[in-house]
Design a protein around this ligand. Structure first.
Ligand code: SME
Length: 151
């Protein structure tokens, strides 16, 4: 497992977005996030279709049953509705949480926005409690910003 610092990962993502077409770039970004950070145990990108979130590229040990999520449902739907990053330190205490994997303890959802319109989101689960901090949030918000040009 390779451990990347946020800046290195950001640079890597910036480069791959310049060199790959939109269709392959999203999967490559997911791969960099999953492989670069051990605590990111499942990484997916949901894309907005109408008032639904539809799962796009993802990487993790298991597939999720939540491949479509209506706006407003779950942590993902909340982030899509408000356009704000959701950081859940303990999923067992968040009533909105839609369970995907028994191993998940914490989750972060970062909307991908263009001109304040939510186009999609980055959803990351961790097997660690409180795995995500403000550094993860600001790093992933930068990644989401870069992705907004490719959706
Ligand atoms: N836990 C999310 C659903 C997506 S899975 O984590 C992949 C939620 O509460 O919206």
């Amino acid at each position: 497992m390779i451990f990347l610092h946020y800046r290195t990962a950001e640079q890597k993502i910036r480069e791959l977005l310049l060199t790959h077409s939109a269709s392959t770039a999203l999967q490559k970004v997911v791969d960099v996030l999953y492989e670069g950070f051990e605590k990111y145990s499942w990484v997916g990108i949901y894309l907005v279709k109408g008032d639904m979130l539809v799962l796009g590229p993802w990487k993790g040990k298991q597939a999720t049953e939540h491949t479509t999520i209506p706006f407003g449902r779950g942590v993902c739907g909340a982030a899509a509705k408000t356009g704000k990053t959701e950081l859940v330190n303990d999923v067992s205490t968040d009533k909105r949480y839609l369970s995907c994997f028994h191993s998940t303890r914490s989750e972060i959802v970062v909307p991908i926005k263009k001109l304040h319109v939510v186009l999609g989101e980055i959803d990351i689960d961790s097997f660690r409690s409180a795995a995500f901090n403000r550094n993860d949030a600001s790093f992933l918000e930068k990644v989401a910003d870069m992705l907004s040009q490719h959706i």
